[in-house]
Design a protein around this ligand. Sequence first.
Ligand code: IPD
Length: 261
Amino acid sequence: MAGSANLNVMMKTARKAGRALLKDFTEVENLQVSAKGPGDFVSRADRQAEKTIRDELMAARPTYGFLGEEDGEKPGEDPTRRWIVDPLDGTTNFLHGLPHWAVSIALEHKGQIVAGVIYDPVKDEMFHAEKGGGAWLNESRLRVSGRRTMIECIFATGLPFGGRSDLPATLQDLARLMPVCAGVRRFGAAALDLAYVAAGRYDGFWERGLHAWDIAAGVVIVREAGGFVEPLTEGADILESGALVCANEPIFPSFAKIIRG
Ligand code: IPD
């Protein structure tokens, strides 16, 4: 499994940011009981992680553009390439001391995601893929699950929170899906949801209201593991619409039909 120079830069960067976030996470666990709670501390950790990632990536590839959750878009001299970064996916989990969050870094070239890494520092799991090079978890090759019937399958999603308007649609999805599958999980980090589909831990995933940085790396990892990822609305752009459905190949048609209503 020899990755390209770009993939090596991405993995090194994700590990560096991940190590610092892991230290902060230990502190967050202590802050749960304080009167003020860990809110400000976590915002600082998130911003610092994005800065670390931006500095590392820009030092290695000064001409590439950068889109990050915290600082938004910074166009580069090379308009064909940009990094798409979520320094801390699963922020609410992190804030509550729940050990399920990740660093997500993708590389886009001419509008296509060509490489992605999703690093979970708590479990030391580095999911990574490059277009045409397969998907990997640390040193092991990844493959989506082989389940063929809906009733055996476990799916993941994100439930809209804080008054987001897509709650009714998601509740309708659940009403159609629950009677015909083995279960639905909501773990709270979309990047890891996609990585888990690639690893065959989930059989599929769908969510609305996501951002490019939540999903860019996961899209290439799932595809390289043999899975299907499509925008929820056929023909839309996945990253722009932020609504997607993904699954292994045999399940995708039935699952997508249920989710698309
Ligand atoms: C969130 C997580 C969560 C999803 C939310 C996202 P963040 O990303 O991926 O699973 O349901 O829609 O905003 O804010 O933790 O980077």
